[in-house]
Ligand binder design. Structure first.
Ligand code: HEM
Length: 373
């Protein structure tokens, strides 16, 4: 138990067509460093890792809408590259991993915290480390201080430590956004997800607004259709969403977020009575946390889908998705297929890590992850 008491386009335009053709023509191994085209705001391309070091571009590449009018070169600013720091900071990923592993010793539930931190960064204005900013020159309330993130997101100090080590080794080179992506991968791998390459080159955003969180991150009361729409807007399909939602196989939830499930008689009645009793007892103190998957809270496994399908989801949105017919059908398929789910999870998390990334000369490389330069 952790020290802190945690238990826990669609419109395929001209440009798309060109990219599609290019992509289908390149359905082969890409020499390292491997360059992948990142998705646009609303639509992504799928990148398949068949085996380590091998990437296959699928031909369903879509354009970035306005950004992609004209020459295919317009997509250039959104490229992420495997081995991006190979020359400029070859030890970058190793440093991130060392700091992660060191901190894991003191905090058994660090992995889920980092996974959630990364997810909430990517869902709001893309994977630009805007969630890390403690303030901005605009002087407005920042993402991390929004009610949705606030006390429910943590891990900031660990990212700071990674950044400090990296600034000492390679000043001004490694972005906070890439640090988050590397740390997220390490957290997932530590939880049983197969190792995968993280294409990099993300740059850090210069703004962060709490007001952007509400419409981009589902809340407890968001209905299934609303959750699906939010993910669709990010270029993530219903299947991506359900696959990613399986991350609730690790970590925990604060009792305040569980309360609607266990104090609402109608919801509680459909759950396993002994499980409800256990949750109620653990949540006598509302400040406690409970595991999302009590059987294996540190292991990414498909048991979580069984739990959802048996009406035992701890969080209302998971229950809502389990009751949505199309989502329910996907959960049923994933529930019996641990290997298949993990393979899909890797693809989906790579896709999520490419949402609206800043690259090239966009944004900046922050010196301190908590403040713009
Ligand atoms: C489908 C929409 C989602 C909703 C509404 C949602 C909501 C939540 C909530 C309310 C919590 C509990 C937070 C707390 O009380 O401390 C939580 C925990 C968590 N979520 Fe989600 N989530 C969603 C999707 C995702 C996705 C896509 C991922 C990652 C791929 C993810 C990863 C996690 C993890 C790892 C935790 C545990 C955090 C920890 O133990 O520190 N969630 N989520």
């Amino acid at each position: 138990m952790a020290a802190r008491g945690r238990m826990i386009a669609a419109t395929f335009g001209f440009c798309s067509l060109i990219i599609s053709l290019l992509a289908s023509a390149s359905e082969t191994t890409i020499p390292s460093p491997k360059t992948v085209v990142s998705p646009s705001d609303d639509h992504g391309q799928e990148i398949v890792h068949n085996e380590p070091g091998k990437r296959v571009l699928l031909d369903n590449v879509s354009s970035g809408g306005d950004e992609c009018e004209g020459e295919p070169a317009a997509i250039e600013p959104r490229r992420l590259i495997q081995g991006f720091y190979h020359e400029s900071c070859p030890q970058a990923e190793q440093i991130v991993n060392e700091v992660f592993m060191k901190n894991l010793q003191a905090d058994n539930y660090l992995a889920p915290a980092i996974v959630r931190l990364f997810t909430h960064d990517c869902l709001v204005k893309g994977c630009d480390a805007s969630i890390l900013l403690a303030n901005t020159p605009e002087g407005k309330k920042v993402e991390k201080n929004s009610a949705i993130n606030g006390p429910f997101i943590r891990g900031y100090e660990v990212i700071d430590e990674m950044k400090a080590r990296l600034e000492a080794e390679c000043p001004g080179v490694v972005s906070c956004a890439d640090i988050l992506a590397f740390a997220n991968r390490d957290a997932l791998v530590q939880s049983g997800v197969p190792a995968y390459e993280v294409a990099a080159g993300r740059r850090d955003g210069r703004s962060s607004l709490a007001t952007n969180v509400m419409n981009n991150v589902p809340i407890l009361s968001t209905p299934a259709q609303g959750i699906i729409e939010i993910f669709n807007r990010k270029g993530l399909s219903l299947e991506d969403l359900i696959v990613l939602d399986g991350a609730h196989s690790i970590g925990g939830a604060h009792c305040v977020n569980v309360r609607p499930r266990i104090s609402d008689d109608i919801q509680a009645r459909e759950m396993d009575p002994s499980y409800v009793d256990r949750l109620r007892s653990m949540c006598e103190n509302i400040n406690n946390t409970v595991p999302l998957d009590p059987a294996t809270p540190n292991k990414m496994d498909v048991g979580i889908y069984d739990q959802f399908l048996r009406n035992n989801a701890v969080l209302p949105p998971d229950d809502a998705l389990a009751k949505e017919p199309n989502a329910n059908a996907i959960m049923k398929k994933l529930a019996g297929d641990q290997e298949g789910w993990l393979a899909k999870f890797v693809l989906a998390v790579i896709k999520m890590g490419e949402i609206e990334v800043l690259t090239g000369d966009q944004g900046e490389i922050r010196r301190d992850c908590r403040a713009v330069n």
